[in-house]
Design a protein. Structure first.
Length: 131
């Protein structure tokens, strides 16, 4: 998601030894991988709420992002590497907010989604998806 940057031919997108390109994941593999992640850092400038942020928060993980999101650590675009390291260390020294996990589970539940979509459809005079 977000604005893409075309890479010159032959340039590997992850040429650093500590970065691994995992490619596309099946849904069942995503959850197993996500359980191994304790902190998700998202650097985006032109994006809204990411599904991955929601998934990480529902799993009770720390999230640091350049996009302000509830219960996530905000990274300012002008932060230095040292400021970023300090913020991440501060997060890792504390457990994630359980209230944040509960908030994401409640707001992004299937029941809430269906209720909101149902209200929008009723207001517009549309049939509910799947009816």
């Amino acid at each position: 998601s977000g604005v893409g940057i075309p890479l010159p031919a032959g340039l590997r997108p992850f040429s650093r030894p500590n970065a691994i390109l995992i490619g596309e994941l099946k849904d069942e593999d995503r959850i197993e991988l996500f359980k191994k992640i304790s902190l998700y850092v998202r650097f985006m400038h032109f994006d809204g709420m990411s599904q991955l942020v929601v998934e990480m928060k529902c799993l009770g993980r720390h999230v640091a992002s350049t996009i302000m999101s509830p219960y996530c650590e905000l990274i300012e675009p002008g932060d230095t590497q040292e400021e970023l390291r300090a913020a991440i260390r501060g997060l890792m020294d504390n457990p994630p907010h359980e209230a944040g996990r509960e908030w994401y589970i409640t707001v992004f539940s299937r029941e809430t989604f269906n209720r909101v979509i149902g209200r929008i459809c009723a207001r517009k005079g549309w049939s509910f998806p799947g009816d």
